[in-house]
Design a protein around this ligand. Structure first.
Ligand SMILES: C[S@@+](CC[C@H](N)C(=O)[O-])C[C@H]1O[C@@H](n2cnc3c(N)ncnc32)[C@H](O)[C@@H]1O
Length: 234
């Protein structure tokens, strides 16, 4: 699942981008209701052209999305009839929204600005966890690095069997805890079994569940003289 896999998926479209939903994912509106988004800055890693960007643009102070595929961002603008300004190569700005056509692994906290909330749907589970320093391990480290104490991630994963060698990968709750428990308080808030999900019939699955987690970056912010030092628990 290197860059070319995703760039080709966006180029070919059709079933290769069947992860794209026409609606706003119901967990976004359920767990991040509009009144909780007021004044918040939201980050959507691996955003594709997800309509959830519109929900955050409408209800949060600002949404920042990043996707490797510039074509995904161009499709987002075309689908929604908006023209964002490309203020520097690969950085698109508009009212309440910034979209970055960049590699997530090259992002710095300065690229994003302060982030209060992360929406991760089909992002962690898009990366394989094979071998040392896997893409998924690098993704998990990146979330630890980019987020300050108190920032929350709303993470959605899929758990199904038998497992498949391509995204979306099956990631169960115990594995999520193992990935994040050191740096985040992890709350498993939903196990939503969906025996009639389209993937069950398409891939002959025996079971299929969509999980939601709320995870809060550990640590405390301490005012230390003229500057605030962030102390992140080990
Ligand atoms: C399964 S799609 C999910 C898209 C979106 N989150 C949604 O729910 O519709 C995964 C996305 O991750 C993007 N992606 C993969 N590797 C990336 C990377 N290293 N940096 C930024 N985006 C990446 C792909 O281009 C693709 O749009």
């Amino acid at each position: 699942m290197d860059a070319s896999f995703w760039l080709e998926s966006w180029r070919d479209g059709g079933t290769k981008t069947s992860f794209h939903r026409r609606d706003v994912h119901p967990f976004a509106t359920r767990y991040l209701p509009a009144h909780e988004l007021a004044g918040k800055r939201v980050f959507v890693p691996c955003c594709g052209k997800d309509n959830v960007l519109n929900y955050f643009r409408d209800n949060a102070a600002h949404v920042v999305g990043v996707d490797l595929a510039r074509s995904a961002i161009e499709e987002y603008m075309a689908d929604n009839g908006i023209a964002l300004d490309e203020v520097e190569p690969g950085r698109f700005e508009g009212d309440g929204i910034t979209l970055l056509a960049r590699d997530l692994f090259a992002l710095t906290a300065d690229d994003l600005g302060a982030i209060d909330i992360v929406w991760d749907r089909a992002s962690l589970i898009a990366f394989p966890d094979e071998g040392p320093d896997s893409l998924r391990q690098r993704y998990i480290r990146k979330m630890h690095d980019l987020l300050s104490p108190g920032a929350r991630i709303l993470l959605v994963t899929l758990e199904y069997g038998p497992i498949m060698p391509e995204p979306p990968f099956s990631v169960d709750p115990a594995t999520v805890r193992g990935y994040f428990a050191e740096g985040f308080a992890v709350d498993h808030i939903l196990d939503d079994a969906q025996p009639n999900h389209r993937m069950v019939e398409k891939f002959g699955l025996r079971f299929f569940s969509e999980h939601a987690f709320e995870m809060t970056r550990r640590g405390e912010k301490r005012h230390d003289g003229a500057r605030t030092r962030e102390l992140v628990a080990a």
